[in-house]
Design a protein around this ligand. Structure first.
Ligand SMILES: Nc1ncnc2c1ncn2[C@@H]1O[C@H](COP(=O)(O)OP(=O)(O)OP(=O)(O)O)[C@@H](O)[C@H]1O
Ligand SMILES: [Mg+2]
Length: 429
């Protein structure tokens, strides 16, 4: 019984976990992690116990009740017949009412449980009474936990991750386009992020995106990775709606260095190798080279355990700049056609930024790059700059052209930045 109970719990957890992994990102925005963990640990245990321990308790109670009734019939058949006629309807009613009232008030439920107990007491002995009572409530608990589990297990993700078109690698050029995109996050449907946004990035070019904080720059990246689908309009890669493409395949050809790089709690080397399509075939030399280009090799070597240093949960044992450089090395190793850089150098000091910037420029060659930047140096090297404001792209063009427009948004944004920098300098000297 114990073994099969554990086996049931294990199977339940397995299928629940794989179902959770298939859900889209929006689902995780809406559901708290604690709730999912609770489903995985507590609820599966309750259902498992309900199906094993509780079942055996129930069967035992039933046998005891049978024996009790038999003895009663043996002692006095007529009295027993009378009791048997009266008790079951009362017990049934009590059970039904018990269920009904459970949701209304705890006090009435307690009183009724007393009534149930009294009626059952007529038939069975004391121990048996407790047995059937806890059997009933355990059963109800198990049912409740079970319903929640199956709801989650049967939940269909909004879009399946493994279906859709898979193109040959040489067919992919990397042209990106947003066409009349309207979008609001699923958890905040009433505050739109994009309204009729249009943006096109030719294959092999570098597009810098600027805009004030909260204007939706990182959201552009999320839409391209298909973490969310736009409410209307389309996002295309090489003229194909990305909703027709296989999300896994698409993501395998996009390299990202995000604003907050996600590292796993394993070694630095493993974190870099994670970028490759087949991490098991990555050699140590590959990892070293990627790290060197990303200007990460030196600091990694200084760790006592070098590349085997464990980075801690989400990389907490590394500094922000170090995390970014590991993430850049990961993107280098991946060698993708499309590169999305979300303020990839924001946490670096000027010297390191210069070095990484150089590395990034080497990395950007021959790829389509969407780079979210606030530093002039990054913006200057891009082929074109798009300015996000008021839920759409307000200005687009080369850096020089945008800067020439006196009244332009870009000019204002840059002036503000230059002004702030000048002020900082003043404060220093
Ligand atoms: N998962 C989410 N659910 C709901 N709203 C979100 C979510 N992520 C971001 N937002 C909101 O969407 C808006 C745009 O966010 P986004 O991260 O795209 O801004 P950003 O331009 O990248 O800003 P920053 O320069 O500070 O990084 C913000 O108002 C933010 O609060
Ligand atoms: Mg952002």
């Amino acid at each position: 019984m114990q073994i099969s109970g554990q086996e049931i719990v294990r199977k339940l957890r397995e299928s629940l976990f794989s179902s959770i992994l298939k859900q889209e990102v929006g689902f995780f925005d809406k559901t708290r992690t604690g709730e999912l963990i609770n489903r995985l640990s507590a609820d599966t245990t309750i259902v498992g116990r309900c199906l094993t321990d509780n079942l055996s308790d129930g069967l035992r109670s039933l046998a005891q009740a049978g024996a009790g009734v038999g003895m009663m019939l043996y002692v006095s058949p007529s009295l027993a017949a009378f009791v048997l006629m009266v008790v079951p309807p009362i017990a049934c009613l009590a059970v039904i009412f018990g269920k009904f009232l459970r949701s209304i008030s705890r006090r009435t439920q307690d009183a009724l449980a007393e009534a149930t107990q009294v009626s059952i007491l007529l038939m069975c002995n004391k121990k048996n009474r407790y047995g059937s009572n806890s059997f009933y409530s355990e059963l109800m608990k198990g049912l409740g936990a079970g319903t929640r589990l199956w709801e989650l297990m049967d939940r269909k993700p909004e879009f399946p991750l493994t279906e859709g078109l898979v193109l040959k690698p040489e067919q992919l050029k990397g042209e990106l386009e947003f066409c009349n995109v309207c979008f609001a996050y699923p958890t905040r449907k009433d505050s739109p992020i994009f309204q009729d946004l249009n943006l096109s990035v030719p294959a092999g070019s570098v597009m810098a995106v600027v805009g004030s904080s909260g204007s939706g720059k990182s959201t552009l990246v999320s839409l391209l990775l298909r973490l969310y689908d736009p409410d209307s309009g389309v996002v295309t890669v090489d003229g194909r709606d990305i909703r027709d493409l296989n999300p896994y395949w698409l993501r395998s050809h996009i390299g990202t260095v995000s604003q907050e790089p996600v590292l796993f709690s394993c070694s630095v080397a493993e974190n870099i190798a994670y970028g490759a399509a087949d991490p098991s075939r990555v050699t140590v030399e590959d990892i070293y080279r990627a790290a060197q280009i990303a200007n990460a090799h030196d600091f990694i070597q200084e760790f006592p355990k070098g590349y085997d240093t464990v980075v801690g949960e989400k990389g907490v044992l590394l500094s922000g700049g170090q995390k970014q450089r590991v993430a850049i090395a990961r993107a280098m190793l991946k060698n993708p056609k499309i590169l999305l850089l979300d303020e990839a150098t924001s946490a670096l000091d000027a010297e390191n930024e210069f070095l990484v910037q150089e590395a990034l420029e080497r990395l950007m060659q021959g790829r389509t790059v969407l780079i979210i930047a606030h530093r002039l140096s990054t913006i200057q090297s891009a082929d074109a700059v798009a300015v996000l404001d008021q839920h759409r792209v307000m200005e687009i063009g080369s850096h020089a052209k945008l800067l020439a427009n006196d009244q332009g948004l870009f000019r204002k944004l840059m002036e503000k930045q230059a002004f702030l920098q000048a002020k900082q300098k003043q404060a220093l000297f």
